[in-house]
Design a protein around this ligand. Structure first.
Ligand code: MIC
Ligand code: SF4
Length: 642
């Protein structure tokens, strides 16, 4: 039978389960990736498993999120913990300053045909190389490092058939914005987005990676490109041609759906506030005043992205408009070093750009919060309300080309007006220097793991009672993000301090939420469609668990967050009839009985305040039920090992 790329990789990594859409399968994980904001928790959990050394082919721990290390010792302590722990347990450590995990992993580690699990939702970036790279909660990654398989729902595979070639001033970002326009932020749930067609060869690996990176915003399990001659060229330029193998779909491979995109017909686009799928053409909002422009993030911080901006300024002799702040965050040390050696960096500085470190930076609200009601144009992947650190900021997402044009004119401008496009060629050779990646210790017994006072004990999940009673503590609408649940920005430094971080839960919606939840001894959360979209941060489950939340009842869930809730023993339940969402008000007293959890897919929720019974579905597999009954995945894994 002819197979698509996803089937080929899943089949060669299958540990158990039936390869049929909707069924649960378990796969072997070749590589793992963590970053500092999710990593401390993932490694505390890994330690709790008592495994002397990671069992993967390769595991890398990156520090790229909290590199400012401001306002106290917390981040620096966490980073020291991560570095010493990596040395002890056989993990490579990418030092702060070496770059954003996804960009560095693409450059230095991703391997076509292999699988990767990363504790960051944009792990699919390496799909640009033909790798099956999936984002997950830290606990799932910890289990994979301990040699356990990763469980997932066998995905529906969608073909995005590309033809033609991007026109000057139109870029890879516009391809993924077009898909977001077509599919929306929940259009990819349960799916792998596989790219094919004759247009694929016209996209470089970093361009493919821009597209697979932002497939996370579709809610997709992952996205993947074939591994072809272009992939080989990229790996050769990274001095890694030995990692290449060809991987393409068979001629008659089947897909559940096919979406056609003609690259030649695309035009520059933007995502409007406050959602990555609020797509419009640049021409629709042309002339709008802009306060801030940020180029970078794991979506658009490659050599080509930054050189394109540098060349636009340099060739045209332009300066940054006096009313605009332009910041540049390179994706990696490799990118930063290369653009400094070829004068691209000098051209950016000359134009008036502000150069930041090779990290996530403003993308996660670490600095560069826009002014009140400010308009910020970002080459990033998320523009959720408040994520920038300024609640009333209007954040738009766009390509580096659109960002450059607006930086010059101070208003949103169609970049095609700038005339001749300064095409940047891919380097024949990248500058390879892995000295900021520290290999694990030769003698782990000599390594002491250093822990600062910010690292608090892991809270333990409780096994559920047969009957759960409590109030509907909060009622929320559709598309609630993990940034709403556990915000980042100034809270980021408490990622290894769950008691403190729990004070942030829903703080932008209800500042008293955490006190209320604690005072009531926990309760229920009500959500609409696509609850928990966005990041992989397991804190969005762990902190509510700490506050006593027992179940989240919603119309539908985002994949990673649903898994995280189960991993921490919180029940993600779905209204059997979406209209029943209207039958519960915030403050209603509810009762949920779990007696028949294992025997029936339906549970009855009693709304005691309204004397009404509501049917809920769960769709849990036997394994998920056992995890919940064990009080979370950590207990479940320890029991299984014993
Ligand atoms: C994000 O972009 O939201 C993050 C910060 O990278 C998160 C991970 C985290 O919350 O630490 C993600 O995308 O998973
Ligand atoms: Fe970092 Fe932003 Fe990418 Fe998240 S989306 S990994 S914060 S650059």
């Amino acid at each position: 039978m002819d197979k698509n790329i996803t089937q080929k990789i899943l089949e060669s990594h299958l540990v158990s389960g039936e390869m049929s859409p909707g069924k649960e399968i378990a796969i072997r994980v070749d590589q793992t990736l963590t970053q500092d904001a999710t990593g401390t928790m993932a490694y505390l959990q890994f330690e709790a498993m008592d495994v002397p050394k990671v069992k993967t082919k390769l595991s890398v721990s990156y520090v790229d999120h909290n590199t400012l290390q401001y306002g106290g010792f917390e981040n620096a302590d966490d980073h020291r913990f991560l570095q010493t722990l990596a040395a002890k347990y056989g993990i490579y450590f990418s030092r702060p300053g070496n770059g954003i995990c996804h960009q560095v992993h693409l450059e230095r580690f991703g391997v076509p045909g292999e699988t990767m699990l990363g504790s960051d939702s944009h792990t699919p970036t390496c799909g640009g190389l033909g790798m099956l790279a999936i984002g997950a909660g830290g606990l799932d990654v910890a289990v994979a490092m301990g040699g356990g398989p990763f469980n997932l729902t066998y995905p529906k595979v969608v073909l995005v058939n590309l033809k033609g070639k991007l026109k000057p001033w139109v870029s890879a970002k516009d391809v993924i914005l077009e898909l977001l326009r077509k599919l929306t932020v929940k259009g990819g749930v349960g799916k792998v987005i596989e790219y094919g067609g004759e247009g694929v060869k016209n996209l470089t690996v970093p361009e493919r990676a821009t597209i697979t990176n932002m497939g996370a915003e579709l809610g997709a399990t992952t996205s993947i490109f074939p591994s072809d001659e272009v992939t080989l060229e990229f790996l050769r330029a990274q001095k890694r041609e030995g990692d290449w193998k060809e991987l393409v779909a068979d001629a008659d491979a089947k897909y559940v759906e096919e979406i056609k995109i003609n690259l030649s017909k695309l035009e520059p686009m933007l995502a409007k506030p406050h959602s990555p799928d609020a797509i419009c053409k640049v021409s629709d909002v042309e002339g709008m005043r802009v306060d801030q422009i940020c180029v970078g993030s794991c979506t658009n911080s490659s050599y080509k992205d930054l050189m394109t901006v540098a060349e636009i300024f340099h060739k045209g002799g332009y300066k940054v408009h006096p009313d605009v702040n332009l910041t540049i965050s390179p994706g990696s040390k490799q990118v930063l070093e290369m653009i400094s050696l070829n004068k691209g960096l000098a051209h950016l500085i000359e134009a008036g750009a502000r150069i930041l470190e090779a990290t996530c930076g403003p993308c996660i609200g670490n600095g560069q919060s826009p002014p009140s009601k400010g308009v910020s144009l970002r080459t990033f992947n998320r523009n959720f309300e408040g994520r920038s650190g300024t609640k009333d900021a209007q954040v738009y997402l766009c390509s580096p080309e659109v960002a450059a044009a607006a930086s010059i004119y101070g208003v949103i401008t169609d970049p095609r007006k700038l005339g001749k496009f300064p095409k940047v060629k891919m380097p024949k050779e990248f500058l390879v220097d892995d000295s900021m990646i520290i290999p694990p210790a030769k003698d782990p017994s000599k390594v002491n793991i250093l822990r600062g006072p910010n690292i608090k004990e892991l809270p333990k999940a409780q096994t559920p009672e047969e009957s759960i009673k409590g109030k509907a503590l909060i009622k929320l609408g559709d598309n609630i993000t993990t940034d709403h649940i556990t915000p980042a920005g100034t809270w980021l430094k408490y990622r290894s301090n769950v008691p403190k971080y729990s004070e942030s839960v829903f703080s932008a919606i209800d500042a008293q939420f955490h006190e209320k939840a604690k005072a009531q001894g926990g309760g229920f959360v009500l959500g609409g469609e696509n609850y928990g979209q966005g990041s992989s941060r397991e804190h969005a489950a762990l902190c509510p668990m700490y506050l006593g939340i027992k179940a989240v009842i919603a119309k539908s869930f985002a994949r990673i967050h649903k898994d995280n809730l189960i991993n921490f023993g919180i029940l993600p339940l779905i209204f059997a009839n979406a209209a029943d969402y209207d039958g519960i008000e915030q403050g209603d007293e509810l009762e949920l009985r779990l007696d028949n959890l294992a025997t029936s897919g339906t549970l009855i929720l009693k709304n005691l305040s309204k004397s009404k019974d509501i049917s809920l579905k769960h769709g849990f597999t036997q394994r998920q039920i056992e995890i919940i009954m064990a009080g979370g995945l950590l207990n479940f894994t320890k029991r299984a090992a014993a």
